[in-house]
Write a protein of this length. Sequence first.
Length: 195
Amino acid sequence: MTSLFDNEGKNQACTVIQAGPCVVTQVKNQEKDGYNAVQLGFFDKKETRINKAESGHSKKAKTDPKRKVIEFKGFESELNLGDVIYVDHFNEGEYVDVSGVSKGKGFQGVVKRHGFAGVGQATHGQHNRLRAPGSIGAASYPARVFKGMRMAGQTGNSKVTVQNLKVLKVIPEKNILVLKGAVPGHKNSFIVIRK
């Protein structure tokens, strides 16, 4: 993340994203595939990492095999196989939704994972229980722990969508998009941007 000053002199936190060029690697239609969609590929793959299926798929589009391939609906009539989409598809001032895989935080306790308060202070005989979850069961009935009980466990590393991020700046010569706020995922991770 970085920050930019707007026209009013306010400092706004923003994220810089390389958003293209994306190549149309396949156009799906109702007759052949059962649904309409367009498949976009981004970021060339190393030759040593390519299998024959990927190389054959990319030869149809007359492009290099791509590392990330995503399907979108609603563009089928506008795009053809091999077309290239650049960052100028977006306009400054509009709002977009960004999807990605959030940072993995490993196995976490209930205070970090769910925001439990803990005991508060170590008085009244509390020993080493400041961040513990407390009691989770009921009594002899139901004699079990209910499903969905908030407990410690794996945190992060899940698909997250952040909605309504404003496009602050579009830099077409470098295919860079500057969005207001944060996007999910670590540095250099792949994300999907939708209008």
